[in-house]
Write a protein that binds this ligand. Structure first.
Ligand SMILES: Cc1cc2nc3c(=O)[nH]c(=O)nc-3n(C[C@H](O)[C@H](O)[C@H](O)COP(=O)(O)OP(=O)(O)OC[C@H]3O[C@@H](n4cnc5c(N)ncnc54)[C@H](O)[C@@H]3O)c2cc1C
Length: 756
């Protein structure tokens, strides 16, 4: 009889684990819940994963392909799909060991939940409640709202649980409202320190016998019946990956001798093994010294994909680190540093885990703005180039159409790793082949795309979303924003990575670039490996460079040489963070210049930039006085303002493309045509921006001639020379670009303005 059975549906989301699982933990004590049955459920959502591989013969999918809205790429490519598939299979196996059967279905989660409730009701099982963990992200929130609606309609309790896979538990945050999250990570970190003390302990292991009885799988056969979930793990993975195998055209062959830095299978069991190995092999101790490595599996923890899918929790990492530091686990007794407290390596891991927390809290705070081109900062700068035409009036403008084609071609080369910039190309090839690339490489790629090429950073974020094995909505999009200068980096636009210098610093022998870019393997000089075009022309035939776009037509040339390097390691100048000041001015013709003094060293410099402002330049700033005002008040900006006025959401595959606000922007036109093709950009030894050191990784700051509303404004111009740089003479900055404010020709006013 309905009512005799009290059934719970537990919908797994990014919590694909049995251990340290708050919901399973609660279910171990019958007195806490009184459910007689439960349905542990994984739903493969067509919004995120392509599901056509699971269709039964002769069926067609009711869902559109799982593609991203801006670029039309797969939302999830084969590397992560495989990792997720393995994680689900591992969960199935671990649940089985606990005496429970995992149900796997395909469909929109709210629809699947509703179908399950109806099917069970027909068979005398009353679903009392649906439980799931609470996640951040606009789509994730929509999903929750959909399930809540279904539950309300069917008189079922829907409960969201705190997602406990983070380092510091939400309940221990030092602020109540998301809006109170500091906009600078360091402020947040200081607020939460000492980090070693903060995390909660993992939950005790669940006892296998105490879960409620699982509902017989056969009772759910009619749910999602257009799709089939094979019993065999291998077949399951094949069906998950098959439709998305050809994720980009012309995938280059896997280079001979290359090895993935991320050879790990998905799942809780392998995640916990990796954690154990990190400590036993002494890798956690070495973390700080090695984290900027590029090759091999040893240089950083490689726990990100496990954390992203919730196969393990950050506090499990913390617990293992504590056992090692406190000397409470004999299994680690042989490892150097055992029982000697926190060391630089273990401290570094905690620091990074806090970054992850922070990015997720930013998502909670800024919501839809995570996906806006203008970012958390509401930086309504019109510098971005876009590779696709939108349905805006500007799309029909022929100049603009040409520009989008050129940008499309550049983007294609960037994605397939043939730009001619060794470090960037190596990282992109590695990503294509393995789904992983280091944090150092990610920063360089993002900076290259957004700051050298000025391409709308969201195209890069979507590409990473497709390919990263460890993709996580908050970490990916907020990191892209950060590097693109529209997010929570206090230095925003000023931080630009020089990918040649970075290659010299972090790929000291050129092994990384040679491994992933076989075309440059035989080149002897590092500067040639890092930029093939610098190879003397007479050697091109010998090295096989003739006819290669990366040598003949590099996307960008950077004049850089190491000759300025001092012979010994002693720093000839004080490179502490500078006190530099920048100044600048511009006039309404788009000429900007700036000057300033840098830091504590001797450098001071000036930079002049001449923007090309003439009739053929379409760029204009959408800034109005009120938007400028918002920029200034960035740190105090109440976000409700946006939420109330702008109900935009992230690209949603369930909607038609044309509906999406990204395409409603009338400002897709970009002001400045690509300056990159075949041109060498050499700039004086000075660059704008305040003096700074940070390892000398940054250079250049745009001298910005921005005559807003006809009034000269050069605030971003100029700035200090690099105070006491080791590489004096080699830095440069991008040219000043003129951006002029014009009345919107399409009659949009501020209230209608798209929110990027
Ligand atoms: C443009 C860009 C996109 C990124 N996209 C993602 C993403 O989709 N998913 C993701 O997990 N990380 C992302 N990162 C952050 C970082 O690159 C990866 O977390 C890290 O490289 C994963 O390797 P690891 O596990 O060995 O990291 P480790 O160096 O061992 O760090 C330990 C853990 O700390 C966390 N962490 C480290 N750095 C960051 C960071 N900057 N932001 C947030 N968390 C961090 C990760 O969970 C990581 O597993 C991105 C960084 C950039 C610059």
């Amino acid at each position: 009889m309905p009512g005799n059975n009290k059934t719970l549906v537990y919908l797994f989301r990014h919590d694909l684990r049995v251990s340290d699982n708050p919901i399973l933990h609660r279910l171990t004590k019958a007195a806490d819940h009184a459910f007689t049955h439960f349905v542990p459920l994984v739903v493969i959502s067509p919004q995120h994963l392509e599901v056509s591989g699971f269709l039964k013969d002769g069926q067609s999918s009711p869902y559109p392909p799982a593609k991203s809205e801006l670029s039309g790429l797969w939302r999830c490519g084969p590397h992560r799909a495989k990792f997720i598939g393995e994680s689900i299979m591992n969960l199935k196996s671990n649940m089985h060991k606990s005496g429970s059967q995992l149900t796997i279905k395909v469909g929109k989660p709210s629809e699947v939940v509703e179908q399950i409730c109806k099917e069970l009701a027909k068979q005398s099982h009353r679903v009392e409640a649906v439980w799931a963990i609470d996640e951040e992200g606009t789509e994730e929130k929509d999903e929750e709202a959909g399930i809540a609606e279904v539950c309300a309609k069917n008189d079922i309790k829907f409960q969201l649980w705190t997602d406990e896979k983070y380092y510091i538990d939400d309940r221990d945050l030092k602020f109540d409202k998301p809006q109170d999250l500091p906009d600078v990570f360091t402020t947040y970190r200081k607020m939460m320190e000492p980090l070693r003390e903060k995390p909660r302990k993992p939950l005790p292991k669940s006892s296998s016998t105490s879960f409620p009885q699982t509902v017989d799988q056969k009772m759910l056969d009619n749910v999602g019946s257009s799709f089939v979930i094979p019993d065999s793990d291998e077949e399951f993975l094949n069906r998950l990956v098959a439709p998305i195998k050809d994720f980009v055209a012309n995938i280059p062959p896997f280079p001979e001798g290359a090895e993935t830095a991320h050879p790990f299978k998905g799942g809780e069991s392998t995640g916990l093994q990796r954690l154990d190995a990190l400590i036993k092999r002494g890798l956690a101790n070495k973390y700080k010294a090695t984290r900027n490595g590029l090759l091999g599996e040893e240089f950083s923890t490689k726990l990100s994909a496990y954390l992203a899918q919730g196969c393990i929790t950050a506090r499990q990492i913390q617990a293992s680190l504590l056992e090692f530091e406190d000397g409470t686990n004999e299994a680690f007794a042989d490892v150097e540093g055992y029982g000697k407290g926190e060391n630089e390596g273990t401290k570094g891991i905690r620091f990074e885990l806090l970054w992850r927390d922070y990015m997720r809290l930013c998502n909670r705070k800024f919501k839809h703005k995570l996906f806006y081109r203008s970012g958390f900062r509401s930086a309504h700068d019109n510098k971005w180039k876009v590779p696709r035409k939108g349905p805006s009036p500007k799309a029909s403008n022929s100049d603009h159409a040409e520009s989008t084609d050129a940008v499309q071609a550049t983007l294609k080369r960037l994605f397939e790793g043939t730009t001619g910039m060794g470090l960037i190309d190596a990282s992109q090839r590695e990503l294509i082949h393995t789904g992983y690339t280091s944090n150092r490489a990610r920063q360089n790629v993002a900076s290259f795309l957004a700051k050298h090429l000025n391409i709308d950073w969201r195209f890069g974020a979507e590409y990473y979303e497709m390919l990263l094995v460890d993709y996580d909505v908050s970490s990916n999009w907020a990191n892209w924003q950060y590097v693109a200068g529209v997010g929570n980096d206090p230095r925003g636009e000023a931080r630009i990575f020089n990918p040649v210098k970075q290659a010299f610093d972090y790929d000291k022998e050129g092994d990384y670039v040679r491994t992933w870019v076989p075309e440059v393997q035989k080149l002897e000089k590092l500067e040639n490996v890092f930029q093939a075009w610098t190879t003397p022309k007479e050697d091109w035939d010998r090295f096989g460079l003739t006819g290669l776009a990366m040598a003949e037509d590099p996307v960008l040339k950077i004049n850089f040489s190491v000759e300025g390097k001092p012979k010994n390691n002693r720093r000839p100048f004080n490179r502490r963070r500078g006190q530099g000041r920048g100044g600048g001015n511009s006039n309404s013709n788009g000429n900007g210049n700036g000057n300033g003094n840098g830091g504590n060293g001797n450098g001071n410099g000036n930079g002049n930039g001449h923007g090309h402002r003439n009739g053929s330049v379409n760029g204009h700033s959408p800034k109005s006085a009120s938007h400028q005002q918002q920029d200034k008040q960035y740190t105090q900006q109440p976000q409700d303002h946006y939420e109330k006025q702008q109900h935009y959401s992230r690209p949603d595959s369930y909607h038609g493309h044309d509906q999406h606000p990204y395409y409603q922007t009338p400002f897709v036109g970009q002001g400045v045509l690509p300056p990159h093709y075949g041109q060498t950009r050499t700039y004086p030894a000075y660059y704008g921006g305040g003096g700074d050191d940070r390892g000398g990784n940054f250079y250049g700051m745009r001298g910005n001639g921005r005559p807003y509303r006809g009034r000269g404004r050069g605030g971003a111009g100029g700035g200090g020379g690099y105070g006491g740089s080791l590489y004096r003479g080699n830095y440069y900055g991008p040219p000043a670009q003129a951006q002029s404010w014009q009345p919107d020709p399409y009659g949009y006013n501020d209230a209608q303005m798209p929110p990027w």
